[in-house]
Design a binder for this molecule. Structure first.
Ligand code: NAD
Ligand code: TYD
Length: 339
């Protein structure tokens, strides 16, 4: 079995590679990653010497290179994690989001059509459903919820999803799509809420909470997401969408306070800053379908997962300190200075 994993030098892709190499000793994993600001080869250092693992530096939008790779490797399965993934960056510059998230997906699927594939899996997001109001805790996103995006990021992911479904209907490409809620865990890039707050708190820097901090996200430990994708690519029905979520809704401000408590840092570090444009209020997944069809359930409780995650950031300081010492400084200044 040969699996091409795109975006494997990023947060979820790398965790998926570790999970799969550990679980399936006979599978070959080929990671294709452009190594953008979000991709780090150091993340993959523990698997670089694994004979079942190969790393290829390539852009999924580069048709020629991707075709050549498919011709050489002849993968059975493609799991596409490669994406521009940060909402705030998409608000500043939508272009690259359309390019990688939509055009890159098209190139990968064209390669699958040309060279044949048993399964093309698209890693999507609950953000394609837009948001839910805070005063309707009875509402959840199901696979039937209409696509209703808010940000250039979520629009580009929705565009890709629609293209994936069209390639299934028009060309019979054997596809599946998963739409997951917010992940957290090791190797999460420090521009995102949880790792940003951990890194800032450890450096006694202000903790910038957007708006009133009342926005709600449904947090899932990254390994539970990886397990769900493993189930979908092996047992999921072709042409289907599966929602993945932990029934673990939390307000941003409560997460930030929890991080302060765990790190023994004062809540006075919390600074309320200008809200994100078009900020989605609440995400909440109904994972009934994947539970009933594939037997998936989240296994890591948030209380344990956040402790594990904080411990990881404490024990792997060099990984994130290296990241936040480089180009990230300019990004941080631009996004947060005078906000
Ligand atoms: P990430 O930003 O940490 O990693 C993205 C990876 O893709 C990086 O290694 C980057 O170098 C690579 N990449 C970017 N453009 C590329 C290109 N043109 N060609 C090849 N590689 C490229 O993202 P993540 O948080 O790991 O998210 C992975 C996927 O999961 C994304 O598709 C995202 O939309 C989806 N998702 C993420 C979350 C979340 O909470 N992080 C939740 C649901 C879905
Ligand atoms: P983020 O991790 O960017 O994920 P997403 O926007 O895809 O859900 O943000 C999670 C929530 O945290 C979101 O409501 C925005 C908020 N947030 C802050 O309040 N401050 C920050 O510095 C960041 C990065 C996010």
């Amino acid at each position: 079995m040969k699996i091409v994993v795109t975006g494997g030098a990023g947060f979820i892709g790398s965790n998926f590679i570790f999970y799969m190499l550990n679980k399936y000793k006979e599978y070959e994993i080929i990671c294709v990653d452009k190594l953008t600001y979000a991709g780090n080869l150091s993340t993959l250092k523990t698997v670089m010497d694994n004979p079942n693992f190969t790393f290829v530096k390539a852009d999924i939008c580069d048709r020629e290179t991707i075709y050549k790779l498919f011709e050489d490797v002849k993968p059975n399965i493609v799991v596409n994690f490669a994406a521009e993934s940060h909402v705030d960056r998409s608000i500043e510059n939508p272009d690259i989001f359309l390019q990688t998230n939509i055009m890159g997906t098209a190139v990968l699927m064209d390669a699958c059509r040309k060279y044949g594939i048993d399964r093309y899996h698209q890693v999507s997001t609950d953000e394609v459903y837009g948001d839910l109001p805070l005063d309707r805790p009875d509402l959840f996103f199901t696979e039937e919820t209409p696509i209703h995006t808010s940000s250039p990021y979520s629009s580009s992911k929705a565009g890709a999803d629609l293209l994936v479904l069209a390639y299934h209907r028009t060309y019979g490409l054997p596809v599946t799509i998963s739409r997951c809620s917010n992940n957290y865990g090791p190797y999460h890039f420090p521009e995102k809420l949880i790792p940003l707050m951990i890194a800032n708190a450890l450096n006694d820097k202000p903790l910038p909470v957007y708006g009133k901090g009342e926005n709600v996200r449904d947090w899932l430990y990254v390994e539970d997401h990886c397990k769900a994708i493993d189930l979908i690519i092996h047992n999921g029905k072709v042409g289907e969408v599966y929602n993945i979520g932990g029934h673990n809704e939390m307000k941003n401000i409560d997460i930030v306070k929890l991080i302060c408590k765990e790190l023994n840092k004062p809540e006075s570090l919390i600074t309320y800053v200008a809200d994100r444009k078009g900020h989605d209020m609440r995400y909440a997944i109904d994972p009934t379908k994947i539970h009933n069809e594939l037997g998936w359930l989240p296994e890591t409780m948030f209380a344990d997962g956040i402790k594990k995650t904080i411990k990881w950031y404490l024990e792997n300081r060099e990984w994130w300190e290296e990241i936040i010492s480089g180009e990230y400084q300019n990004y941080y200044k631009k996004m947060y200075e005078n906000r």
